[in-house]
Design a protein around this ligand. Structure first.
Ligand SMILES: Cc1ncc(COP(=O)(O)O)c(C=O)c1O
Length: 400
């Protein structure tokens, strides 16, 4: 393993502005190679899909390469990579297509751990279909989502289990493989929200047992694009609303309108960038991604130990979440200051953090902090370094 954070940071032009970017959970910065891929696509000339001229063929090739790159990132099949504007839009689209098969009395299971984008589309679609929504609860003391509870939540009417691979505020990584395994045994499909998990370590959709896996490129150094990965056979069985002349093949059937081709070139460049995070990584792109993401995870976790330990040592700070497996994402309050005030204080020190519910609506409710402005989120990604952590801890200490 050869993770050189100085080399990694040098790839990101925006990181030179003197700010500590601890807001990666809401969207990362992009490396120069991604910016170059996007502008390069425009410079080369693009056309709409499936035309008789070279600029159109270039766009088609960009799209094909993007599906291969996303498939390499998560261990999926390029023919099952659906591309779209973001995870929320794609999840509403999939929910509508899946719910067309639901009948009154069918059931779906959502969780209190999840970002609202993996809750509300299912709950609303269930409401329209007359299906019942069942809730998996968190342990508020630890922030864990116990997998055992699914045994009693699942039944022979369960159609879908929606669950997060990692919480976007407290970082909890539930035992997704156990949950999807139980879902499959009960005859239900699983929809795994990998938006927060994907940037924080190696992903293997097969090992997770996810029928659908959603992720957004802007959380892992790419442009604002979302994607859902499924098996082509499963996608074949679904029939979303679509325009009559639009392609009826899979995965194109799920992709509405003209895609942002240049941004898709940026997604491929982002995957290539991730594959190179570990200098010493060798082999196929998939192999280099697995090695690089493992190295990035080790780097993040080492820094996170210090960040969390430092926050926990301060009398005036309360941190949330103690899951055994979690991403490098801290969520905390500071006595005597609202989360917004803390974020403003940190902004004055040129430190970017988020405050508020971050759309983890159910989770902030379950933690009992939604009505008081929630908390502050400081998250690490691969490009954060020791200086970022030290600056955050010093600035939070000033509030004591
Ligand atoms: C865990 C999680 N799920 C879903 C989403 C929604 O993703 P998108 O912005 O691509 O719709 C986010 C965005 O912050 C997220 O963190």
């Amino acid at each position: 393993m050869a993770f050189d954070v100085t080399r990694v940071r040098a790839a990101y032009p925006a990181l030179a502005d003197g700010y500590a970017y601890l807001d990666g959970a809401a969207g990362t910065q992009v490396p120069a190679s991604v910016i170059a891929a996007i502008s390069g696509a425009y410079e080369a000339g693009l056309g709409n899909s499936d035309g008789a001229f070279p600029a159109s063929a270039r766009s088609d090739a960009i799209m094909a390469r993007c599906r291969e790159a996303v498939a390499d990132l998560v261990g999926g099949d390029p023919a099952g990579v659906v591309l779209g504007p973001n995870m929320t839009t794609l999840t509403y689209r999939l929910a509508a297509a899946l719910a067309a098969r639901w009948r009154p009395g069918d059931e779906v299971i959502v969780s209190r751990l999840d970002h609202d984008a993996n809750v509300r589309p299912w709950a609303q679609a269930a409401g329209r279909a007359g299906a019942v929504v069942r809730w998996a609860e968190i342990d508020a003391a630890t922030g864990e989502l116990p997998a055992e509870q699914y045994a009693s939540l699942l039944g022979d009417r369960t159609k879908l289990v929606a669950v997060s691979a990692a919480s976007n505020i407290i970082g909890t990584r539930p035992d997704v493989a156990a949950i999807t395994g139980m879902a499959r045994a009960a005859g239900a499909l699983s929809y795994v929200d990998g938006v927060h998990a994907t940037p924080h370590g190696p992903v293997d959709v097969g090992a997770l047992g996810a029928d659908f896996y959603a992720t957004s490129a802007y959380k892992w150094s790419g442009p604002h694009i979302g994607t859902v990965i499924a098996s082509p056979a499963l996608l074949e069985a679904l029939h979303p609303d679509k325009l009559v002349p639009a392609p009826d093949e899979v995965p194109e059937r799920f992709e509405y309108g003209t895609p942002p081709f240049a941004d898709l070139a940026g997604v491929t460049a982002a995957v290539d960038h991730l594959a190179g995070l570990d200098d010493a990584a060798a082999g196929t792109r998939r192999e280099r991604i697995l090695a690089s993401m493992a190295a990035a995870e080790a780097h993040e976790q080492r820094l996170f130990g210090e960040l969390l330990g430092g926050l926990d040592a301060m009398q005036h700070v309360t941190t949330y979440g103690k899951a055994a497996r979690r991403t490098a994402t801290a969520y905390f309050t500071v006595a005597g200051h609202t989360p917004r005030q803390v974020a403003s204080h940190l902004a004055n020190r040129r430190i970017n953090v988020w405050h508020g519910d971050n759309y983890a609506w159910e989770l902030t409710g379950a933690l009992g902090i939604r009505d008081s402005g929630c908390a502050v989120r400081a998250g690490l990604v691969h490009y954060n370094d020791q200086t970022d952590v030290t600056r955050l801890l010093e600035a939070v200490a000033e509030l004591g």
